[in-house]
Design a protein around this ligand. Sequence first.
Ligand code: NAP
Length: 372
Amino acid sequence: MEKLRVGVLGATGAAGLEFVRALCGHPWFELEELYASGRSAGRPFGEACTLDLSGIPEDVKERRVRGMGEVGKGLDLICSALPSEVAREVEGECARHTPVISTTSAFRYEDDVPILITEVNADHHRLLGLQRRRGWEGWIAPGPNCTTVGLAVSLCPIYRELGIKRVIMSSYQSVSGGGYALIQKWRAQRRLELPKPLEGVREPIRDPEVVLEGNVIGYIEKEEAKVKRETLKILGDYADGRIEPARFRIDCSCVRVPTLRGHFETVFVETERACSEEDVKAIYEEFNERCKREFGDLPSSPEKAIVVLDRSPQPIFDVGLGGGMSTVVGRIERIEAYDSGIKYQVLSDNTQRGAAKGMVQVAEYLHKVGFL
Ligand SMILES: NC(=O)c1ccc[n+]([C@@H]2O[C@H](COP(=O)([O-])OP(=O)(O)OC[C@H]3O[C@@H](n4cnc5c(N)ncnc54)[C@H](OP(=O)(O)O)[C@@H]3O)[C@@H](O)[C@H]2O)c1
């Protein structure tokens, strides 16, 4: 089989690097071109990207990064990991001639654009055909925000089997979710003496001096609205060329904590039908079996879509399970606040399942069903 030629936009960033990693040696896709901003254009990839390049082959590190003005038509697929403001224009331009998979929010909320997680709503890909009405030869297929993914995957089997009335989620999100500048800032702070308690602390998200190490940042811009809207869209039904969002009440509180990789969440679910911890574990097992049957042949699929632990998941130990593609659920317990329901903790790798590798899996699925 001839491999598809792939280019990565934003290749030097936290999500872009993981696209590069997922595509190196991929059996179906050939990594052809790397693109980033003017800061990186013209420089070797291994020099322009300041993140951990372990596992990246030498010939890829030596490749010259191209600027956005050089994105051309000779590719079969474009993977976008740009900041959303930049992605809006660039992805739209690319989709005129080439299919785009994307980690960005630029097009996520449009009616003819699905938000895809292979194991949860692969059927929503049928919306992509409607994008031809925009005059595009390609299409744009985004994935969810990295915080939405673990929640949506872990809720999906519960929603389908038990029905959901209400969901409350609190997140504990790693620094890598904020991109390479935040990772660098945190690394620098770990070598410094921590600041003393301040007078007149500023709203952290707007504060260039934001203190990450030894701290908790209780506000992540736009995150909570994204998680709520995306979860309902992803768990919604596709029919007659549109998605009817799921109808349950959902709220969340999103918080940044000083971990490097993996978003941890506590989830409280009120279900339509009563359930025990054992019921939920059995439902997850059935979900895993179905995922294996339907998606087990995709190169990026994990052995188990959901790994159930009898303890609390820990980012530092559990984030790489299933090559970073397994959603790790622990402490499934009965909930006392509702008549019927369950509470649990979930860990999802924001850079793999929640970004690049999850979207490479989507591309594999679209290739398998002839959409690519
Ligand atoms: N980090 C995650 O875990 C994660 C997860 C899911 C989704 N996402 C989404 O993925 C996208 C990228 O996030 P990230 O965390 O990887 O960000 P990042 O680490 O800051 O990387 C941004 C990338 O975009 C490039 N870029 C920045 N401004 C540009 C411009 N004006 N023109 C062209 N290229 C430009 C950067 O190039 P230079 O290196 O040259 O500056 C870099 O390659 C965002 O939309 C984010 O919301 C991220």
